[in-house]
Design a protein around this ligand. Structure first.
Ligand code: EPU
Length: 338
């Protein structure tokens, strides 16, 4: 029988390190434990939220109702055929540990996504991506439990409706599911993707092999250099999405700012590097109260200590206003807000 903990501090459960408390918290490690908690009269009728690694979360204040900490574990080879390995992992597994485990088994595919903080169950919610790879490319299907009664449902890759840092779990189905298990299809003919500039350079400079393990090593080194370790300085990774604009908007900006950094994003669209826009506005390394934009990567909002949700909102709005004023481009926050 899982324990219901009242008035639980969430400060150690979110990588930004924001102070906030949950009215109730329960650790969920199985479908049965979820059913038991949902049936407890103390939380009847209260709102329900799922917490993973808390690495893409802003706690705006104390959280009413019930927080379900996903601790469903397990990882296994489900099956294999001529073309691929099908590997399943519990939603509460640590993402990076899972990636390293697949590589150690000799199954490549997830190496570009090494060292992303958070859990396996949270990964599909925002379709985590880095260095030219996204989880949608390798996810086969997932199993989720309904928060309003425990129904078990299978979502195929198509059902997840993945987009750039987006999925059905951030849209129509937001707040309705606990992702219990994710199945990945890791192709046997996989060739590492080393096209991303930073990775190409790192492989060459460090003399790393162009194998999945070598690429994972390069990715870890690049991330460790550019991105703050949440255990040392509170952050939630990229704080804004890279804005996608019509090609004509990009062309007009480029004429005015020849150094503008952008990438093709489908027909007639360009994705602008938000870090570059923010840096141009003078926010790289700049603080506002206890928070600031990181000095090595302007896209990352960091907590220098003692911040609460309102500090994050204030800085977010200041950066959005600066970028809108200078470039006429709106920045959308990437993390989920409670
Ligand atoms: N740039 C600057 N100044 C900065 C930061 C970036 O000028 O302060 C420019 C540079 O030209 C750089 C380019 O922006 O070459 C791209 O920067 P980077 O390679 O660091 O990637 P990003 O676009 O800032 C995205 C993802 C990251 C992911 C990296 C690598 C988003 C919102 N972020 O960042 O994902 O690790 O690419 O693929 O798409 C996350 O989502 O939490 C995250 C860390």
């Amino acid at each position: 029988m899982p324990e219901l903990i009242p008035d639980f501090s969430l400060q150690a459960c979110n990588t930004l390190g924001l102070a906030a408390r949950a009215q109730w918290l329960a650790r969920i490690d199985s479908h049965a434990s979820l059913q038991a908690v949902l049936a407890d009269p103390r939380v009847a009728g209260l709102s329900r939220r799922v917490l993973g690694g808390g690495s893409n979360l802003v706690l705006g204040g104390d959280v009413p109702g019930l927080v379900l900490k996903n601790e469903i574990g397990g990882r296994r080879l489900l099956r294999e055929d001529e073309a691929a390995w099908y590997v399943a992992a519990g939603g509460g597994e640590n993402w990076h540990d899972f990636v390293l485990w697949t590589l150690a088994q000799g199954w490549g595919g997830l190496e570009n996504l090494a060292l992303i903080p958070g859990t396996v169950g949270a990964a599909p919610v925002q379709n985590i991506g880095a260095y030219g790879a996204e989880i949608r490319d390798l996810l086969s299907e997932l199993t989720a439990y309904a928060l309003d009664g425990g129904e078990i449902r299978r979502f195929t890759q198509e059902d997840c409706r993945f987009g750039y840092r987006d999925s059905v779990f951030k849209q129509e189905e937001a707040g309705r599911w606990l992702i219990a298990e994710v199945v990945f299809r890791l192709p046997k003919n996989h060739r590492p993707n080393t096209a991303y500039g930073d990775i190409e350079r790192e492989l060459a400079e460090a003399g790393l092999p162009r194998t999945p393990q070598g690429v994972a090593q390069a990715v870890m080194q690049v991330r460790q250099r550019k991105l703050p370790d949440p255990a040392v300085i509170g952050n939630a990774g990229s704080f804004f999405k890279n804005p996608v604009v019509p090609a004509a908007v990009h062309a007009a900006l480029l004429a005015q700012y020849p150094a503008l950094v952008a990438y093709p994003a489908g027909p007639g669209a360009m994705k602008l590097a938000a870090g570059w826009l923010i840096e141009q506005c003078g926010w790289k390394g700049r603080r506002l109260g206890p928070v600031g934009m990181y000095d090595k990567q302007a896209l990352v909002l960091v907590n220098h200590g003692g911040a609460i949700g309102a500090d994050v909102t204030r800085l977010m709005q200041a950066v959005q206003a600066a970028v809108r004023e200078r470039f006429g481009v709106g920045l959308e926050a990437e993390p989920v807000w409670w």
